[in-house]
Design a protein around this ligand. Structure first.
Ligand code: ATP
Length: 583
């Protein structure tokens, strides 16, 4: 397949801000893709060469790209730097420099998707002594056969700044349209995606055999599953009303969620975002070796504990383990407890269709055999007062609250439904919980904050439209150090114009790719003439906004932008507030 077809589709996508057009271009691209390259086209369109859990980083630095441009085009380094400064995008600079290039050979070699993909693989796997020269040579080889537009997207993909503005769900929609002629079939593709977390695999199955092809998809140990999530309610009475029958109250611990895959004593661990974090937890891998199973997938919350007392420590203490070197020392200095709460797979048996009750019984058996593992404390009940008592007990023991589970419920990968409900203590302020919001823009600060951001524009997620809508501007709650860190992290996310999937009427000094998630608390939700969250839902031309937002100090590295607080949750919270006022 000619790479030009792909590059041209990207170019068209960049020109539109309309979601429907985006979907059309994408499904057209998939229709034009031969079946044997569909996986590769999917990964490339996501800006990668494999799903995230493979841990493959393309991440080519700007220094290296500049070196290649200098070598393989007729532009001088000064001119390259000048254009880079002007456009802020080396993809654009590549396009310009290739347009100016004097063609020295008469015929170019054909640039196919297969060749681009293979070269990317070679670049990603080149490491160690002499690797820089090798990477330069690989890339220069590609660029010598590129048209300017192809060059632009090759560089953007390699630098991790492709930014086509398409969410995973849009890819699923486009695949449904391209291969089944019906967007409504997305639910079948979604199920396959929830189990495999691999859009390329889903695409290949549906391309080869249509919807029938998806039926055969099974859990594979080593491939993370998209985690089941909890809805939120704010009182024990609401919970009793919502769920029929018995429920299990479980402590909600405040740590890091681990999805532990064990296969023949080999362990791999995935985060809530499905990144491979096996290296952070060598101690967990050691424990897993002691279990007599052929294979299994467990879920646990890892919580930092005090070395002397064994009591739980705040979530931040786990950050010490996020390092490449001297991890043994970190493991010794910052011990954890592994608190299991689910089992998804055991000895070649998929347990996702078994009830919570049955899965927990299996889990207990596993714990009995190993004293280093714990199971999260629980209590089965049907009574609101018992929920309140258990919540108090959990909070006293250092937990965040409870996760309440329907004991008949199966494991619903990737779903946020009422089979799991989280309950935290009602705070004295109007808002009962913190919110997770994504940064979409910023204003520069003044005085002490000159040359840094004084306020960040935050958004909620409108899941139905797949758009991020502005919800508040936050400027308080940051320490100087946090302000600096956030400023640095955001540099790589700066984009020239407001992102295609962002809905905001505000004027900002800087716009960002929606990626970095902050935890924020606030006093209440109010009607707003400027913010666009839930616009027209309560009053015509007005949206909802967060009053007195404060950053809690926590950057939610474990959350992707599509995992943040949704407009539906905001509406829920707003309605709860209204009820309180009328009571
Ligand atoms: P939060 O922002 O409140 O931490 P979240 O958005 O990350 O939650 P939710 O589905 O809303 O995810 O809440 C469940 C999270 O709580 C899980 O991702 C897990 O990390 C954590 N957790 C702690 N204890 C439990 C438990 N007993 N069962 C399930 N999840 C638990």
């Amino acid at each position: 397949m000619d790479y030009n077809i792909v590059a041209q589709a990207y170019e068209n996508m960049e020109k539109t801000r309309k979601r429907l057009e985006l979907l059309e271009i994408l499904s057209e691209l998939f229709r034009n893709t031969p079946r044997d390259v569909i996986e590769r086209v999917i990964y490339l369109t996501q800006g990668k060469i494999k799903p995230d859990f493979y841990g493959i980083e393309l991440g080519m630095s700007d220094k290296l790209v500049i070196k290649v441009l200098e070598k393989s085009t007729s532009m001088s380094k000064d001119r390259i730097m000048e254009e880079y400064k002007r456009t802020g995008d080396l993809g654009e600079v590549t396009k310009i420099s290739l347009s100016n290039k004097v063609q020295t050979t008469l015929v170019r070699d054909r640039l196919t998707v297969e060749r681009v993909y293979q070269t990317f693989e070679e670049i990603a796997s080149t490491a160690g002594h002499g690797s820089v020269d090798m990477k330069v040579a690989h890339l220069a080889g590609l660029l010598s056969d590129c048209t300017p537009i192809e060059g632009k997207y090759i560089i953007r993909t390699l630098m991790g700044i492709l930014r086509l503005g398409i969410a995973d769900y849009t890819v699923l929609d486009a695949l449904s349209v391209a291969y089944t002629n019906d967007k409504a079939n997305r639910k079948f593709l979604e199920r396959a995606y929830n189990i495999s977390s691999d859009l390329g695999k889903v695409a290949k199955l549906v391309a080869d055999n249509g919807l029938k092809g998806l039926e055969g998809i099974d859990i594979v140990v080593g491939n993370p599953i998209r985690p089941m999530l909890a809805e939120r309610l704010s009182s024990s009475q609401e919970i009793i009303k919502k769920v029929d029958g018995k429920i299990s109250l479980e402590y909600k611990l405040d740590g890091e969620r681990l999805q532990i895959h064990v296969n023949n004593k080999q362990t791999e661990i995935f985060s809530r975002k499905l990144e491979n974090i096996t290296n952070h937890y060598p101690d967990v891998c050691d424990i897993m070796k002691e279990l007599e199973v052929e294979n299994m997938i467990l879920e646990a919350e890892a919580v930092a504990i005090d070395k002397e007392s064994g009591s739980y420590l705040p979530f931040q203490e786990l950050m010490h383990r996020r390092r490449k070197y001297k991890i043994e020392q970190a493991v010794k200095n910052y011990p954890i407890s592994v608190n299991l709460f689910d089992i998804i797979y055991l000895d070649n048996q998929d347990l996702t269709n078994s009830s919570y009750e049955k899965r927990r019984k299996i889990l207990i058996k596993i714990i009995e055999k190993n004293k280093k593992l714990k199971i999260i404390k629980n209590k089965i009940t049907q009574d609101a007062i018992e929920i309140d008592d258990f919540l108090e007990q959990a909070i006293e023991e250092g937990c965040e609250g409870l996760v309440i589970k329907d004991i008949q419920g199966n494991y619903r990968a990737g779903a946020r439904e009422y089979l799991w409900i989280k309950l935290k203590r009602e705070y004295t302020s109007e808002m009962s919980d913190t919110l997770d919001l994504v940064i979409i823009g910023a204003m520069y600060g003044k005085g002490k904050r000159a040359n840094k951001y004084g306020a960040l524009l935050l958004a909620v997620y409108d899941k139905r439209q797949d758009v991020f809508r502005s919800f508040c501007k936050v400027g308080t709650g940051f320490s100087d150090e946090q302000l600096q860190t956030i400023y640095e992290i955001l540099q790589k996310n700066i984009i020239k114009n407001k992102h295609v999937r962002v809905d905001s009427k505000m004027d900002m000094d800087v716009w960002f790719e929606p990626e970095i998630v902050l935890e924020v608390s606030g006093s209440e939700i109010t009607i707003s003439p400027i913010h666009t969250s839930n616009k027209n839902e309560i009053r015509k031309n007005f949206g909802l906004a967060l009053r007195f937002p404060i950053f809690t100090g926590r950057i939610r590295e474990d959350k992707k932008p599509q995992d943040i607080t949704t407009t539906a949750e905001i509406m829920n919270e707003y309605e709860k507030q209204l009820k309180k006022v009328s009571n």
